[in-house]
Design a binder for this molecule. Structure first.
Ligand SMILES: [Zn+2]
Ligand SMILES: [Zn+2]
Length: 63
């Protein structure tokens, strides 16, 4: 078993995570995922209280 981070996101345990970056900690989950994102998506994610963009790993938390 791999050393787990403190991140509660279930995708960390998956070999084929559906997203590139973890929305909780911003760590790379699946580098093979290729997606595009834009500010509209970031806005939407922010509203859903997602801390990191699952596509580009950008931190969405407000200062
Ligand atoms: Zn995580
Ligand atoms: Zn993004």
């Amino acid at each position: 078993m791999k050393t787990q981070t403190r991140c509660p996101n279930m995708n960390h345990g998956k070999t084929n995570a559906p997203v590139k970056f973890c929305p909780n900690c911003g760590e790379v989950l699946n580098a093979a995922v290729r997606v595009r994102c834009d500010e509209d998506k970031h806005k939407h994610l922010r509203k859903s209280r997602i801390s990191f963009c699952t596509d580009c790993g950008k931190s969405l938390a407000l200062k």
